[in-house]
Design a binder for this molecule. Structure first.
Ligand code: ADP
Ligand code: MG
Length: 147
């Protein structure tokens, strides 16, 4: 109902859940950005497009979940960009458009199960984002930052 949802904000330090160690770094949005989200947007995994600063637009998967750092009373929004970056980009402006929903949040019995679920999410995002109706949002004016 809220989709597509356009959003832009600073990338902040997360709470070190070790996403990077899993090979799946997630760029966390600041609390202010998260609070500006529709409060009734479902938690879970989404796909869409993302761009760092005025760089290229890449595919992404995004998780909206309960933030363990705040005893699960606040949401967190974390974007995994499907691209290999040379460097971290903390402090930079991340622009995203959230296009579609993949699945609800789940608990996994093992790290292996978690990682393979995320791999499947990434494959699903890849398939969906190649559809013409989703590809066209990649070129949306939203990603052409005013200087
Ligand atoms: P944190 O707990 O601080 O969010 P992560 O392990 O989730 O740590 O790593 C996130 C950071 O990794 C991002 O803030 C960003 O600077 C960097 N990064 C590098 N490549 C990517 C990528 N492909 N997608 C998202 N973040 C990335
Ligand atoms: Mg993170």
């Amino acid at each position: 109902r809220h989709l597509p949802y356009f959003c832009r904000g600073e990338v902040v330090k997360g709470f070190g859940r070790g996403s990077k160690e899993l090979g799946i770094p997630t760029a966390n949005f600041s609390e202010q950005v998260v609070e500006s989200f529709p409060s009734d947007i479902s938690t879970g995994i989404y796909y869409g497009w993302a761009c760092v600063g005025n760089g290229d637009v890449h595919k992404m998967v995004l998780s909206i979940g309960w933030n363990p750092f705040y005893k699960n009373i606040k949401k967190s929004v974390e974007t995994h960009i499907i691209h290999t970056f040379k460097e971290d980009f903390y402090g930079e402006i991340l622009s995203i458009v959230i296009i579609g929903y993949i699945r609800p949040e789940k608990n996994f019995d093992s790290l292996e199960a978690l990682i393979s679920a995320i791999q499947e999410d990434i494959e699903e995002a890849n398939r969906q984002l190649d559809l013409p109706e989703h590809l066209k949002l990649k070129d949306d004016n939203f990603f052409h930052l005013p200087e």
